[in-house]
Design a protein around this ligand. Structure first.
Ligand SMILES: Nc1ncnc2c1ncn2[C@@H]1O[C@H](COP(=O)(O)OP(=O)(O)OP(=O)(O)O)[C@@H](O)[C@H]1O
Ligand SMILES: [Mg+2]
Length: 358
């Protein structure tokens, strides 16, 4: 029997300090030996968003305890671990450096392999923790900092089909929650209060809906929410109507753009067989799951959602990406540094700011 690879994963790219120990199993998926996530929600709540210096300080205070807890929970020793995988980007460099440096130190002193993981590859491969998904698949990555359609051809092989040209979807949820004073973190609170509102009450814009392929835009929608929120003057029912209408508009946009991305995927892969994976923090939203599942039923394709605990930031997906890269011999040297920007598809055009042509 071949040896099953075991990795320690470390994640500190934003406001979650996380460590996990993962072992590959005979089913082609992962045994989660431990998975510890410490969220900093209480630290950032009063500011309505992540404050980088506070986040970095909290990572520093917690990281040793989190890694020790992951080791203890896993009931294995460090010498049974084959390698260390730590997130090296994209994200806040002050935060990334903490997990990355501690990962490099553990790897050096214990003489283990080291892998610097792209956080987005962690999200992209996260369904593989529990489901043996065949490549290629279509990925809709919807998170706090990214919104992209990608063809995942293999580990380390990505082709971007479309992306947001302004805000990320998670950011749009967070800003909507802030404008409506619905609480922090924004995404889950918008989803919760939207249930109490009339989703057809406000007619909101669907930017670039009929152009630019499967590229997306949310800035105009956000401005429209701001404009309406200033008129409703703390009226609770109207706030819930606006949250519901915002979420409904997002679902209309995602439906239309996903349909285009599915067609593009079929054309590029020359195959009618499509597996759609929806990953990242926003993939926890139940209305988005139902909406995209309805679309995939109509289009007769398969849709897979990672378990909710693997949608938002976690180190299990980082350890898993580490194992997958290790098996492809994609090892990193110890002098690797943190990167704030790190696209999965290096050839994809940068779609934000000046020079943007749709
Ligand atoms: N139920 C939900 N509905 C909508 N959005 C949600 C929900 N749950 C979480 N989110 C959003 O998901 C985002 C966090 O996701 P994630 O942790 O993957 O992002 P991130 O790591 O900050 O960004 P990135 O992965 O792009 O670097 C937040 O914007 C949050 O509001
Ligand atoms: Mg993330």
């Amino acid at each position: 029997m071949t040896k099953k690879i075991t990795f320690l994963g470390i994640e500190t790219s934003c406001d979650e300090t996380a460590a996990a120990i993962i072992r590959e199993n005979n089913r082609g998926t992962a045994d989660i030996l431990s998975n510890i996530v410490s969220s900093q929600i209480s630290e950032h709540k009063k500011f309505g968003g992540v404050v980088p210096e506070l986040a970095a300080r909290a990572h520093l205070e917690n990281i040793e305890y989190i890694i020790n807890s992951a080791l203890k929970d896993s009931k294995i020793n460090l010498d049974e671990i084959d390698g260390i995988a730590a997130t090296a980007g994209p994200g806040l460099v002050v935060c990334l450096s903490i997990g990355l440096n501690i990962g490099k130190s553990i790897a050096t002193f214990s003489n283990k392999h080291f892998i610097a993981v792209n956080h987005l590859e962690g999200h992209a491969l996260s369904p593989g923790l529990e489901t043996n998904v065949k490549f290629p698949y279509l990925l809709l990555l919807i998170s706090g900092g990214h919104t992209q359609f990608l063809i995942v051809k293999d580990v380390n092989e990505y082709e971007q089909l479309g992306t947001t040209i302004d805000d990320a979807l998670g950011e749009a949820f967070d800003k909507t929650a802030k404008m409506l004073d619905l609480g922090y973190p924004g995404g889950p609170s918008v989803e919760k209060f939207a249930k109490l509102g009339d989703k057809k009450f406000f007619k909101l814009p669907e930017p670039i809906i009929n152009k630019a392929g499967c590229n997306l835009s949310f800035a105009g929608l956000k401005t429209a929410v701001l404009r309406e929120s200033l008129k409703i003057n703390e009226n609770k029912k109207m706030k819930y109507n606006l949250a519901a209408s915002f979420q409904n508009t997002i679902n209309n946009i995602l439906r239309k753009k996903t349909k285009i991305a599915i067609e593009m995927f079929k054309e590029k892969t020359q195959s009618e067989e499509v597996r759609l994976i929806v990953a990242g923090g926003v993939a926890a939203n139940q209305t988005i799951r139902e909406n995209l599942s309805n679309l995939s039923d109509e289009m007769k394709i398969e849709t897979i959602y990672p378990n909710i605990k693997f949608c938002s930031d976690n180190a299990a997906m980082i350890a898993w990406a580490g194992i997958k890269r290790f098996k492809k011999k994609l090892l990193d040297k110890i002098d690797v540094t943190a990167k704030s920007r790190w696209p999965l598809d290096k050839k994809a055009p940068y779609m934000k700011g000046p020079g943007l042509k749709l």
